[in-house]
Design a protein around this ligand. Structure first.
Ligand code: NAD
Length: 291
């Protein structure tokens, strides 16, 4: 693997132009990197490019993005018709395809065959094991997780997830790359829920158990965290925004993988999901939503 400085301006290949991929492409281009954006769906690729343009326009309107930065970023992003074309000259490859183990494994087998030998290979998975995704790679030492948050152009955090076979140098390159994009990296060992979901879900489940036990109203439980701990949003409102079904799925996964009682889904959560109270997207969760 070559040193990081020779990779500084090497292109970033982003695989998947959906919710996360378009944002990763955008922030990489804003940081001055040439970007190759690939999606097997032409509609998704066009949609991703449209969203990037809209985000940058909004940034200019709000005075957060300079018009020259917008134009430069848009010029640096190129759509790629095939995965091979996208990764051929890449210094960093970031996969943001759907959350399916077999799909991600197969993508990285193709990436390994087509990308330069010293390219950093990263998955944006939010829940799968990084080491399992890398299982069939010839060089798993250059593979890691770079877990961005939605919306990527706004959220500062990136979890740099290293598996047992990730090289120290790879981890450091991941940290440096996240900083280059203006993000705040944290380093996390490959373990269920990484740091963010594990802590966030623990707080959310305890808040739901408190509603179940009639300790306080959802609004007052949220205010305990908002006013008492300066959280920007309480755990129940956040659960409504994420979706109660999504939260339940993650809790079940963490309960199975980490064991013990900590992540056992509360009955109230299961009941609300069964009743279709999924939070904001269904209009009803711990709060009523009319948007
Ligand atoms: P999404 O469904 O919005 O986008 C996925 C895109 O991948 C789609 O455009 C799809 O056409 C494309 N795709 C399908 N097959 C592909 C292939 N073979 N090669 C390349 N692209 C392919 O999904 P998303 O929300 O952007 O999630 C992508 C990844 O990011 C997942 O692993 C997810 O767990 C993770 N993630 C999501 C969030 C979030 O809040 N949505 C946050 C952090 C991480």
């Amino acid at each position: 693997m070559s040193d990081t400085s020779s990779q500084t301006r090497a292109p970033v290949a982003v695989l998947g132009a959906g919710t996360m991929g378009h944002g990763i492409a955008q922030v990489s281009a804003q940081a001055g990197r040439p970007v190759m954006l690939h999606d097997p769906s032409p509609e998704a690729l066009e949609g991703g490019l449209r969203r990037i343009r809209a985000n940058l326009e909004k940034g200019v309107e709000l005075g957060k993005v300079d018009p020259a930065e917008r134009d430069g970023a848009l010029e640096r992003i190129r759509p790629a018709g095939t995965l091979q074309e996208a990764v051929a000259g890449a210094g960093v490859v970031i996969e943001a395809a759907p959350e399916r183990m077999e799909l991600k494994r197969s993508l990285f087998r193709q990436v390994e065959a087509a990308a330069p030998e010293d390219a950093l290979l990263a998955t944006n998975t939010s829940s799968l094991s990084v080491d399992e995704i890398a299982r069939e790679l010839d060089h798993p030492q250059r593979f890691l997780g770079l877990h961005f948050f939605n919306p990527v152009h706004i959220m500062a955090l990136v979890e740099v997830v290293h598996g047992p076979r990730t090289a120290d140098e790879t981890r450091e390159r991941g940290v440096a790359f996240a900083r280059e994009l203006g993000k705040e990296p944290i380093v996390v060992r490959d373990s269920p829920g990484f740091a963010s979901s594990r802590l966030g879900v623990a707080l959310g489940l305890e808040a739901i158990r408190m509603v179940e036990e009639d300790v306080a109203s959802p609004r007052d439980i949220d205010q305990a965290m908002e006013l008492g701990y300066r959280h920007p949003m309480g755990p129940l409102r956040l659960t409504d925004l994420i979706g109660l079904d999504v939260r339940l799925g993650i809790a079940e996964y963490l309960h199975e993988t980490l064991g013990g009682e900590r992540f056992r889904p509360p009955e109230l959560l299961k009941r609300m999901v069964a009743e279709g109270k999924l939070g904001r997207k269904s209009g009803q969760g711990f709060y009523e939503w009319d948007d």
